[in-house]
Design a protein around this ligand. Sequence first.
Ligand code: FMN
Length: 254
Amino acid sequence: MKNSTLRTLLSHRSIREYKDKKVEEEKIEDIVEAGMQAPFVSQMYSVIMEKEKENIPFDAPILFTICVDVYKIKKVMEKRDWELVTNDLTLLIFGIQDAAYMAQNMVVAAESMGLGTCYLGSPVMTARHLKEKYNLPEKVFPVVQLVVGYPRERPPVRPRYPLEFVLFEDEYPKFSDEDIERAMETMDQGFLQEDYYRKLNAMISVKSKDEDDLTYDDYSWTEHISRKWGQWYDELEGQMEKLEACGFELSGED
Ligand SMILES: Cc1cc2nc3c(=O)[nH]c(=O)nc-3n(C[C@H](O)[C@H](O)[C@H](O)COP(=O)(O)O)c2cc1C
């Protein structure tokens, strides 16, 4: 028998349909405080919240934007007459972890109270816009957004790779073709069974082809991620520019 924390964790699924119902203030506080209680490197995070606004994806009542925040550390250090000298890449690697563990604690807290959640990865692309919209100071970078609300759908729990494709004792194994195919099969079956991509209308087309040779009947998770990471790339320079616009200097030139 699994305890209630494990049951919450193992029944996670992203929710993309929400009831027209506000989330109680108390619950919002609990969610963010649970986020803040995550282990941290240096609390390099801030959260911007929007409530009951039009244009929140999936008509959810709450949109959180979770940011890496090195600005506050600088301010604290200034008070102690210290200068921040660590390079921005190292700060980002640690800061992204602070922000991510916080965000995931928020997800678990929300779900433990019967709420639904869904991350949005778009800030990586729209950082400049969010910086302006939210008036973010230098060295604050929006990493991810999170919608929260009362679910209006109950999709199945989505599959994950088999445990033996993830957990390796003592050393990293050599995969056989069958190991890889088994892992792909587990993922693809689950997403196809749910008709996941058809429901989301989320097929990525193949740029080099006029006509697709797949329909949603056989458009699977491994096909989706292959089309995504095999065709879409943000130029390294473009990504650096966004980080630099938010005050992170990664080019090595001061
Ligand atoms: C960083 C991150 C960004 C994501 N961005 C989006 C997004 O933009 N839109 C969306 O519908 N789901 C998004 N998701 C949710 C994933 O699609 C989802 O977690 C994954 O398909 C597994 O499904 P599950 O969460 O229901 O188990 C994101 C998840 C993460 C961790």
